[in-house]
Structure formats: structure tokens, C-alpha cells
Design a protein around this ligand. Structure first.
Ligand code: NDP
Length: 298
């Protein structure tokens, strides 16, 4: 039987509708409008496109979004000064620094300057550290990894005791996804570019998460029958039939894997929309916490 296709677009739409209601409630109850500040350094077109879609998503649920752009020549001090100013701005409940930062800037230094209370991307070293410790809770969980977990949980994937394999160990996706699965009692294997016999390791997985950035690398015969497969990858492949000249594919060979897996996310329309929904979720949480600490509308 072909895999159930896990529709991230539909689930994200449901989540955004709930968030919109909660934003209205927060505004009515205490006059606070959740606000997200985006910090974009340089002129990378993909980063500009990501920030535009995050800002649009904010507006659609009734949040404020404050766009800040700096040139690629900005110094570390200038970027940190902007972040520090946003940390002190009572209209701003979340500060998102779009990655990657231009060459020459120290990303960890910038991310470490974001106030812990406003770290809605969950990339502050302290939040990542807490995520990697047993019995500690980060204030925020990174958005894409959280989206992966919500998709799995909504799909009813049995996580406790399951064998999970995560391909990719980046700080942004692979590592935090692995930690979240571990906290849900999966037995986790993390794979990377030096892993030997990757197909065999993948075939042991009840839960397989691919976060590599290699088009359609995971083939049908890498997947255990009945596995839950989450495809985080976003890759452009040339396609002369498209106006753009390319189409997007994931790290998973969709047509092959859907014949084997129990459930599978598509690309696009799987993890991508969930990432933005989780950013809105984290921003709402930040605003609610601000309100519960007695914070008032500016
Ligand atoms: P990185 O390039 O930072 O990490 C890629 C990881 O894959 C590394 O750990 C690398 O290993 C590993 N890897 C590379 N080649 C192989 C290979 N042949 N076999 C096994 N492992 C390999 O990428 P990101 O984590 O930032 O992103 C991964 C993918 O997810 C990309 O396609 C990106 O576009 C997508 N993405 C999607 C998002 C969404 O919202 N849907 C959000 C963020 C990312 P090593 O550590 O040894 O180098």
C-alpha cells in the first residue's frame, strides 16, 4: 500500500488559524500584539525570500513584523548593536537573525547576543545547550526541528522505543531533530558524510529524517517497509519544462519511497510550511510570556 502523504501545508494552515485566534485573544485581553523583528544582513536572494515569507506569515495571523536590513559590509559590532536595540524594544517579542550571515561575521556571537526571552529561532547557544541536556528545557526549540516532531506526532508515529535515524548533523536541523527524538524516547542514530554503509543504517529506521541537501539521495531500498520518513531537504534540480528552469525536490526519492514507507512528507509542502508555523508559535509563546511577566503594551 502506498505511503500516507503527510500534508505539511494543511497542518500548518490549521496551526496558523489557531495562532491567529490566540493573537486576537492576547490583543483583546492585554493590548499586546506579538511582534517579530527580522535581521537580514547582506543581499543573498534566498535569505530575502525566506524573510519576506516569514513577515507575510506574521501579518496574516495579526502579528507585527519589523524588518531590519544591514549591508553585507556591516561589522560584527553593528549587527550586535542592532540585536541589542531589538532586545530592549517592548514592541518586539521575537528576534530572528536570518542565517547564513555573510562571511566574516561570527554567527555564534550574534546569536548569543539575542535575548534568551526573544530567541524564537531557538539558536542561542544556551537554548541549544539545554536542548542537548537531559532534564533541561530550552525556552525555545528551533523551528524546523520542532516542525518535524509535530508532523510525526500528528501522524501518530509511535516514537517511544522506536529506532530513529537522522541523516545530517547541522546545528540548525540534524542535531536538534536528533535531540528532540531522543527526548521522546527514540533510540537515535545520527548519520553524516563520513557514515559508513548509510543505506543499511537507514534500513534499520522506524523513523527516518533526511536533512542533507542532496537531491533524492534516499532511495526506496534504503527504507524499512512501514517506516515514517520525513524529508527536510530542499534542492533545486534543472527542469526545462518549468518557467523557472528548475523544480524543487527533497533528499528522498519520493516516487520510490512512497511505495515502501508507511508515511512520507512531500517536497514542497511537507516540512517547509511547518517551519514558518513553528516560528509563529514561538513568537506567540514569547509574547504570552512577556504578558505573564506583567509586560504591558508599549
Ligand atoms: P548542512 O549543509 O548544514 O548539513 C548537511 C548535513 O548532511 C551535514 O551534517 C553533512 O555531513 C550531511 N551530509 C552531506 N552529504 C552527505 C552524504 N553524502 N551522506 C550523509 N550525510 C551527508 O545543511 P542543513 O542542515 O542546513 O540543511 C539540510 C537540508 O535541509 C538542506 O537541503 C536545506 O535546504 C534543508 N532545510 C530545509 C528547511 C525547511 O524549512 N524545510 C530549513 C532548513 C534547511 P557532515 O556534517 O559530515 O558535513
Amino acid at each position: 500500500m502506498p505511503a500516507r502523504i503527510l500534508d505539511g501545508t494543511a497542518l500548518a494552515a490549521e496551526i496558523r488559524a489557531t495562532i491567529k485566534q490566540q493573537v486576537e485573544h492576547l490583543k483583546a485581553a492585554c493590548g499586546i500584539t506579538p511582534g517579530l523583528a527580522t535581521v537580514l544582513v547582506g543581499d543573498d536572494p534566498a535569505s530575502h525570500a525566506y524573510v519576506r515569507s516569514k513577515r507575510k506569515a506574521c501579518t496574516e495571523v495579526g502579528m507585527e513584523s519589523f524588518a531590519h536590513e544591514l549591508p553585507a559590509t556591516a561589522t560584527q559590532e553593528e549587527v550586535v548593536a542592532l540585536v541589542t536595540r531589538l532586545n530592549a524594544d517592548p514592541r518586539v517579542h521575537g528576534v530572528l537573525v536570518q542565517l547564513p550571515l555573510p562571511h566574516g561575521l561570527d554567527a555564534e556571537g550574534v546569536l548569543g547576543a539575542v535575548s534568551l526571552d526573544k530567541d524564537v529561532d531557538g539558536f542561542h547557544p544556551l537554548n541549544i545547550g539545554r536542548l542537548c541536556m537531559k532534564g533541561r528545557e530550552p525556552l525555545f526549540v528551533p523551528c524546523t526541528p520542532l516542525g518535524v516532531i509535530v508532523l510525526l506526532e500528528k501522524a501518530g508515529a509511535p516514537l517511544r522505543g522506536a529506532r530513529a535515524v537522522v541523516i545530517g548533523r547541522s546545528n540548525i536541523v540534524g542535531l536538534p531533530v536528533a535531540m528532540l527524538l531522543l527526548h521522546r524516547d527514540c533510540t537515535v542514530t545520527i548519520c553524516h558524510s563520513r557514515t559508513e554503509n548509510l543505506p543499511a543504517v537507514c534500513r534499520s529506521a522506524d523513523i527516518l529524517v533526511a536533512a542533507v541537501g542532496r537531491a533524492e539521495m534516499v532511495r526506496g531500498d534504503w527504507v524499512k517497509p512501514g517506516a515514517f520518513v520525513i524529508d527536510v531537504g530542499i534542492n533545486r534540480v534543472a527542469d526545462a519544462t518549468r518557467q523557472t528552469g528548475y523544480r524543487l525536490v527533497g533528499d528522498v526519492a519520493f516516487d520510490e519511497v512512497k511505495e515502501v514507507a508507511a508515511a512520507l512528507t512531500p517536497v514542497p509542502g511537507g516540512v517547509g510550511p511547518m517551519t514558518i508555523a513553528m516560528l509563529l508559535h514561538n513568537t506567540l509563546e514569547a509574547a504570552k510570556r512577556y504578558a505573564s511577566r506583567g509586560g504591558s503594551a508599549p
